[in-house]
Ligand binder design. Structure first.
Ligand code: FES
Length: 159
């Protein structure tokens, strides 16, 4: 059985398998959702509904867990994840300018992904590198002492 979305169709076979194994091995709901996200890349509402039905849990509970934890994503993520820090140190040292540049350049707001699924842009509040402020993490790598120019060059290096 397949569930149709606007443009996407999800094959429910992997989801059913994850739920089956999870139930057999007594996985927590969080672990089941983690496995579903690994399989599909994110947690679309349609899959959460199917998971809730299979687990015989209220949809509100499954949705609540999926939205509570920052590790879960309900929309597709980009191939490149840009996390711009707007914690106090970065904010004071010009993080706002970097954020404005990213919003203008990518045409999206924090938490959104470009239509071509190339970039996801997020704002975070301290990456633990305050001494290098302003800072951003791109695909897991920290870039410090950022300027708009430097950010522009980083974007250019990403396919
Ligand atoms: S406030 Fe930006 S790294 Fe700490």
């Amino acid at each position: 059985m397949k569930v149709a979305m606007k443009e996407e169709v999800f094959d429910l076979k992997p989801l059913k398998k994850i739920v089956r194994i999870g139930q057999k091995e007594g996985w927590s709901l969080i672990k089941i959702l983690q496995q579903i996200q690994i399989e599909y890349g994110y947690l679309p509402k349609e899959l959460l509904k199917s998971a809730a039905e299979l687990l015989k849990l209220p949809y509100g509970k499954v949705f609540g867990v999926a939205t509570f934890y920052a590790q879960f994503h309900l929309t597709p993520r980009g191939r490149h994840i840009i996390q711009q820090c707007d914690g106090t140190a970065c904010h004071v040292k010009g993080g706002t300018r970097i954020g404005k540049f990213l919003r203008d350049e990518l045409g999206i707001e924090p938490g959104e992904t470009t239509e071509d699924l190339k970039f996801t842009y997020e704002v975070v509040y301290c990456l633990g590198s305050c001494g290098l402020a302003p800072v951003a993490m791109v695909d897991g790598k920290v870039y410090g002492e950022l300027s708009v120019e430097k950010m522009k060059n980083i974007l250019k290096t990403l396919e």
